[in-house]
Ligand binder design. Structure first.
Ligand SMILES: [Zn+2]
Ligand SMILES: [Zn+2]
Length: 218
């Protein structure tokens, strides 16, 4: 089964069933889940932290590359957390894979500072509903303006001009971008560009946010 969907983005609350398809469709989105940057005791804003949460076994090199990419492209700190098992609640027996939206629900319940983000990385196949499909394989899923997102390596490990590490890092940045409120971007080459909705989209990406997206994410 070949998926043409690069990722999806869930709108507002993670328990909401409302989603738009990333890299294929661009629909108007209302951001209703604003986050407030954490404050120190001296009321000085603390840098947002992106917690990279491996779900199940994940190659360390993928995590390290993703961490470096996030810290080099966004004004945040990133931390790799200890791996935890994939949540049983996310398993989808009919397709023997995991529901990305349920993974986001799981992440939503994880303890974190207000304003911080959680990026789950997993090597298993993940999916979500994409009407009229009840279950559609995706590369990742992110909550627009929310706390959590997930990227799967499963559909990114194919021959091509970019390595798996590069692709994982770029999809991770795309999904983290959604959590910072970035929608899809029409600028060719931008990390948030929804282009063709295939792995070719990733391989044709510049690996950077365009100036407009970069300005919005800061
Ligand atoms: Zn997207
Ligand atoms: Zn852009």
């Amino acid at each position: 089964m070949v998926s043409r969907t690069l990722c999806e983005v869930a709108r507002s609350h993670p328990r909401s069933a409302v989603k738009i398809v990333c890299w294929l469709l661009l629909l108007p989105v209302v951001v209703t889940c604003n986050s407030t940057p954490p404050q120190s005791k001296q009321n000085v804003p603390v840098r947002t932290q992106v917690v990279i949460q491996p779900l199940g076994e994940v190659e360390e090199s993928l995590l390290q590359t993703t961490k470096l990419a996030i810290e080099s492209k966004i004004n945040v700190t990133a931390r790799i957390s200890k791996p935890v098992p994939l949540p049983a609640s996310a398993y989808y027996p009919p397709r023997r894979r995991y529901r990305a939206d349920q993974i986001l629900n799981f992440l939503y319940g994880q303890k974190s500072r207000v304003g911080d983000k959680i990026l789950a990385v997993t090597m298993v196949d993940v999916s979500t509903a994409k009407p009229p499909h009840a279950d559609w394989g995706v590369f990742g899923l992110g909550i627009l303006g929310g706390k959590s997102c997930v990227v799967s390596t499963y559909r990114l490990n194919k021959p091509g001009p970019k390595t798996l590490r590069e692709r994982v890092a770029e999809v991770a940045l795309h999904e983290v971008g959604h959590t910072f409120g970035l929608e899809h971007c029409p600028t060719p080459g931008c990390l948030m560009n929804d282009a063709e909705g295939s792995i070719k989209s990733i391989d044709s990406s510049s690996g950077d946010f365009c100036p407009t997206c970069l300005h919005r994410i800061k």
